[in-house]
Design a binder for this molecule. Sequence first.
Ligand SMILES: NC(=O)c1ccc[n+]([C@@H]2O[C@H](COP(=O)([O-])OP(=O)(O)OC[C@H]3O[C@@H](n4cnc5c(N)ncnc54)[C@H](OP(=O)(O)O)[C@@H]3O)[C@@H](O)[C@H]2O)c1
Length: 232
Amino acid sequence: MTTHPNKVALITGANRGIGLETGRQLAKLGFTVLLGVRDLAKGEAAVRGLDGHVEAIALDVAAPEAAMQAAAEVERRFGRLDVLINNAAIHYDSGARALRPDWTVIREAFETNVFGVWRTASAFAPLLVAGGHGRLVNVSSEGGSLASMGAGAPAYSTSKATLNALTCVLAGELRGSGVLVNAICPGWVATDMGGAGGRPVAQGAAGIVWAATLPDDGPTGGFFRDGKRLPW
Ligand SMILES: NC(=O)c1ccc[n+]([C@@H]2O[C@H](COP(=O)([O-])OP(=O)(O)OC[C@H]3O[C@@H](n4cnc5c(N)ncnc54)[C@H](OP(=O)(O)O)[C@@H]3O)[C@@H](O)[C@H]2O)c1
């Protein structure tokens, strides 16, 4: 097992679900893990359930200034960030229809699932670049794949499709910097969002950890589940 004793990883939306399990797995690999949370009390409770060097950090990705503040705090306290996992997302609106738009839900979905990722990536990019081997992982969904998109979940699926586009743009801008940028679908996972019947959270998180620990000659600008390419 490769260990990463001096590396720092930040995961957004990490007090429960796939984000929390990703933190557990990265801590086992030796990372210092920062659980990005919008409620620090929930974050501290999550930290108590994990082994290793794990801390909670305030980061509501929908709040305009929060990512810049968190980046400044990480730089001041740790002086580096090696892995950023944009995991926080909301509004799997599976029963909704695009032709009966709920603009509140649609706007909120884009604020968190797209603009939240965008703000967080841009705030932390300087630290990822400075380390020379950064890994930026956007947790997406096959629901955002244009290749298979159809009716249903309009806010969620269009926000994840936009996230996939953003992944390609970020990968392009960071090409040659040593930072690898990929979108990962965790599969259908039994969480609050996924509901009962999905696969165990450990399996969903494993593909994210794979992208977070890619070697320097690993892929960038791709869309993967379980380490295998998905169509955009
Ligand atoms: N579960 C699935 O089947 C599935 C399938 C495909 C893709 N995914 C993707 O996997 C990722 C994780 O999903 P999940 O199933 O673990 O979801 P989840 O159980 O609903 O957990 C979502 C997490 O995001 C946090 N969050 C929401 N809004 C936030 C904000 N503005 N700022 C910071 N954190 C915020 C939540 O925090 P609070 O506790 O404060 O609400 C929670 O920790 C998402 O990107 C999702 O789209 C999931």
